[in-house]
Design a protein. Sequence first.
Lengths: 354, 219
Amino acid sequence: LAGHAQRRGIALTVTPFLIAQIVLTLCVFVALLSSAAVMVYVERKVAARLQQRFGPYRVGPRGLFQPFADVLKLMFKEELRPGAADPLLFALAPVIAATAAFAAFAVVPFGADTTLFGLLKEPLRLQVADVNVAVLVIFAIASMSVYGIVLAGWSSNSKYSLLGGLRASAQMISYELSYGLALASVLLMANSLSLADIVNGQAGSWFGFIPRWFVFVQPLGFLIYMIAGIAETNRAPFDFPEAEQELVAGYHTEYSSMSFAMFFLAEYINMVTVSAVATDLFLGGWHGPLLPESLGWIWFLLKVSAILFFYVWMRWTLPRFRYDQLMGFGWKVLLPLAVVNLLATAAGVLYFGI
Amino acid sequence: LGSETALFYLFGTAAVVASLLVIGQRNPIYSVLLLIASFGALSGLYVLLDAPFVAVVQIIVYAGAIMVLFLFVVMLLNAPHEDTEYDEQSAGRGIGVRGAIVTRPGPRRFGAALAVALVVELVWTLRRSASAGETAIGGDAVSSVRALGRSLFTDYGLAFEVTSVLILVAMVGAVTLARRERVAPRIGGPSGPAAGRSGGVSILPGVGGGGASTPPGAE
């Protein structure tokens, strides 16, 4: 008992390390929130440039404060709930969506271990929660995030919302398989389930100039991961749950004010998470030339931004699939490709012993 | 009370209460959600048992994939609320399809027998495990994914493969049941797809539309 009390005592002592961990967690939370705001601005600006418009330019210099104006507007709107809606689930659905979006990022490492310029005795890992099955945790939380959308669709008691929710569940199930198989082929290469280990397995370079990123040995896996990731986050060209032209606004047709904002937030944070995981798994995470290891998070940020830009670019370039095309592509093209890729990777690892 | 024990009771209570509420709901959507909550609590118990892999797989497979399908089906069929009072009333008057199912004695007795058997099994297992003390499985075999995979494909290889065959059989069965019958109109022959149903039946002598009314020995 004494030993136990002692252990608890140590756990409750406020150490600099604990403070650093709490500060880190808060920083990640705020960074995710502001990344959503930045993404709203970037999305509108890039979309405008792609369509030869200016985009928002009135609020602040170059329209930089537009996201804040949007948030203020949403906050002062009336919170509406349809009379026939299920009150409990209608209120719960956006909370589930936003929580799942934030939770997934908790296990994503975004920088090398640091002592904050000698401030701490033991190095702090730039990751909110160091879980040894991090990749699977991300996958699990991603699979839970569909409930927010599905429940929103059902509880609204509106036919458009219901159709959106049904589409979301069918689409998530279909693309989750390919997503998981693409993850598994990287796990085989890295021989670990920890994202930090996977990133560290990509340090260095081949022949001195090609970085040892998994994207070069797993090009197909990267492609499958990105396509399935876009489908998982319900972004165009896979934005069926909220297809405006067919379903008004899909699962969030009946939502207004901040509960709508939560879905909006969840979508952008999910995008950031998928991009961050792609960076960790395929693009070498925080490893890069020129910068020292302690500033690796700059590389991480650059890579994530590049993928996010690609996301936006895709949305305004490609038209939406047809629903049967979506299902056909997922089951008849993407899944077989992912299976073949996994088998080939496994054979390669077994034969060459990478 | 250690924090681990407290967490055990927290997750255990949550799992039991959620599971009980699953069968107490009249709205199938709430049943599905409570079952997910129960799975979440179970996954917490796995974490306490130092089996993070099993915990995460529990979430991915059950809560993430299977329950989404459940929810999909419930939403697609738009299953009505199970109205118990209506059932009882209609059963008393002897009308209503659902009332008839409820009062049918055979399935009811079978269900009761199954429930009793389950309780007996549970008590037996609990008594047995209490006397046997700590079981052999544990430690590295559960916590490490590598060890888990190895034991799954060597020690339990047969069970693993048999399970996969079982799932394959179930899948083939489901596809066969769900398959649309496209052969019938073609059997009808030259009468075309519009006459599909009667044409398909008329191939069998004596079963066709007019066969029953015509006396067998009229010719």
